[in-house]
Ligand binder design. Structure first.
Ligand code: SF4
Length: 270
């Protein structure tokens, strides 16, 4: 049995589904809070916590940080940290997509989504308005919800209760409830967050709203059923993950993306 190591976060573990399904029977070592997600990935027969004993066989480390390097591994993913930093500092070429790097480490051709059991499709607009970093927060979620000609719901995590409730959802509902909320979705709209990848993984068309990061910076690699909405500003990307405030002060990367523009993208996929 092959063991895959990836401790966090939501989006990275979802994207690991592109390789777990190509490796035969897999054990997946992750943090307890991601165990429910990991055991649903294709090919995963067993989930290991950080303290569980190794099961033997080949080990592929898709995290390659201090913690994961404590475990024996036959192959570790290339993080390309310097290339990703140089992209922000000097606006050089982007690093390879996450899925490409995972597949290279695992020695497989990545499988296309869905990587999780697909949800039933319907007419509902599913919004994921939250983001851990302030510069990734798009300001026009309420306008988008008002413009959608049909039912709307929202999903999110801790700290996002107010905006999610305002948009008709329940924040921090847990993994199961989040999947339930996606049932009947026509399209999911999210920022550059793990929920964007979760939506694609369950077979929903997705619209990604990109500001301080870009769609070419590694996480948004979908070739069908996905649209990236973003502006060609010379300051982008200004960060690998987002920040607390806009370095140039106007947050034009997201303020310049109107609700109408995102709506058009959503309608094109619904
Ligand atoms: S406007 Fe430019 S500098 Fe400001 S957050 Fe967006 S990408 Fe970064």
């Amino acid at each position: 049995m092959t063991t895959v190591i990836r401790f966090s976060s939501l989006g990275d573990i979802v994207l690991a589904g592109a390789v777990t399904g190509q490796l035969g029977e897999v054990s997946f070592r992750t943090l307890p809070r991601y165990a429910d997600l990991a055991r649903r990935l294709p090919g995963v027969a067993r989930v290991l916590g950080p303290d569980d004993a190794p099961v033997g066989g080949r080990v592929i480390d898709l995290h390659n940080n201090l913690r994961s390097r404590q475990y024996r591994a036959d192959m570790r993913v290339a993080r390309q940290d310097w290339r990703r930093r140089a992209r922000v500092w000097f606006k050089g070429p982007p690093a390879d997509a996450v899925v490409t790097r995972y597949a290279r480490a695992a020695g497989v051709v990545p499988g296309p989504p869905p990587w999780l059991p697909p949800v039933g499709r319907g007419a509902r607009l599913v919004l994921a308005p939250g983001a851990a970093h302030a510069t990734k927060r798009w300001p026009y979620w309420r306008e988008l919800a008002r413009l959608w000609d049909g039912p709307v719901t929202a999903i999110g995590g801790p700290g996002e209760e107010a905006i999610v409730a305002e948009l008709g959802g329940v924040a921090e509902a847990g993994f199961e409830r989040t999947l339930e909320a996606m049932q009947g979705g026509a399209v999911l709209v999210a920022g550059d967050t793990g929920l964007l990848h979760l939506g694609a993984a369950v077979g929903l068309p997705v619209v990604g709203i990109f500001g301080p990061t870009t769609s070419t910076d590694g996480f948004f690699h979908y070739t069908t059923g996905a649209v990236a909405v973003e502006l060609p500003l010379s300051c982008r990307p200004c960060s690998r993950f987002g920040g607390t405030s806009c370095p140039v002060g106007d947050h034009a990367c997201l303020r310049g993306l109107s609700a109408e523009r995102v709506l058009a993208a959503a309608r094109s996929l619904a």
